[in-house]
Design a protein around this ligand. Structure first.
Ligand code: AMP
Length: 288
């Protein structure tokens, strides 16, 4: 498998390999790859003749210097994991390659970018939109793959593609979880054993809240009560735990039958920030 560190080397390779009808998939990542990333890559490899997996820890999307510094960087292990995929190349640019100068442009996604992650991580989506736009221009994929795990990011990127007319199909892939429900995340590596043991509380809390909403959607007072107790017991410091409309991300007080809903949560276990979500609608009621 080939690894490219510069845009020009990647582009020469893509030019040489382009044939009529050729489809190119892009899977942007920050490395420290796990099964969640691999599921995206697998889907892209299945659906496209060629896939580019980018690995770049994007400094401008971090609003916390310690989080950026401690973000796991394991390039050799990542490349070893990717070796077996046919039709896959890696694009692993340096910071100066991605940012020869500090970008002046600024993205504002309105309410979509101001709630939840946008509220607690100032400037995060501006940094995401800049790096994703750059990757779209550099790689020029037909399809781009993102995980539902970062739901708000998916919604922001959908608007980025629509508003700037990128000729790219957005593919949103399901969240991959550990058997105990914990969503896979590169940050899980930083959990100590007791935090790791407590971490499934996040998924339990989401599932319980969803079940309460489905069984009695008018009783808002009861939606989060049991879940909050579970999170407290696990020592999870909640930043937000909200029921929102999937498309607008506006908070929902009384869910409606025709709405697609998302329960979104983020917070800290010790010093590690984790986030997760569940998507559902009242029509799922029969499953409870
Ligand atoms: P990251 O390296 O954290 O920037 O993630 C790269 C891509 O992988 C993003 O589109 C994430 O949403 C996606 N991703 C991260 N964790 C998971 C997971 N557990 N299941 C599915 N996709 C994921």
């Amino acid at each position: 498998m080939q690894v490219f560190n510069t845009v020009s080397a990647l582009n020469s390779f893509l030019e040489e390999n382009k044939v009529v009808g050729f489809r190119l998939g892009l899977v942007p990542t920050m490395g420290a790859l796990h099964e969640g990333h691999l599921a995206l890559i697998r889907q892209s490899v299945e659906e496209n003749e060629l896939t580019v997996c980018s690995i770049f820890v994007n400094p401008i999307q971090f609003n916390n210097a310690e989080d950026l510094e401690k973000y796991p960087r394991v390039m050799d292990a990542d490349i070893a994991l990717l070796k077996t995929f046919p039709g896959l190349v890696v694009f692993a640019p340096s910071s100066p390659e991605m940012y020869p100068q500090k970008p002046l442009i600024h993205f504002d996604f309105g309410a979509l970018g101001q709630v939840m992650e946008g509220k607690f991580r100032t400037g995060h989506f501006n940094g995401v939109a800049i790096v994703v736009s750059k990757l779209f221009h550099m790689v020029q994929p037909n399809r781009a793959y993102f995980g539902q795990k970062d739901l708000q990011q998916c919604m922001v990127i959908r608007r980025l593609i629509e508003d700037l007319s990128f000729p790219i199909e957005l593919k949103i892939c399901d969240t991959i979880r550990e058997p105990d429900g914990l969503a896979l995340s590169s940050r899980n590596r930083r959990l100590n054993p007791s935090e790791r043991q407590a971490a499934p509380a996040i998924y339990q809390a989401l599932s319980l809240a969803r079940d309460h909403i489905l069984s009695d959607p008018q009783n808002r007072a009861a939606f989060f009560e049991e879940s909050e107790a579970i999170l407290k017991k696990a020592n999870f410091q909640v930043e937000y735990f909200q029921l929102v409309d999937l498309h607008s991300l506006e908070e929902v007080q009384v869910p409606e039958a025709k709405q697609t809903l998302a329960l979104c949560i983020a917070g800290y276990l010790g010093s590690v920030r984790l986030l997760d979500n569940l998507i559902f609608s009242l029509a799922d009621k029969k499953n409870v």
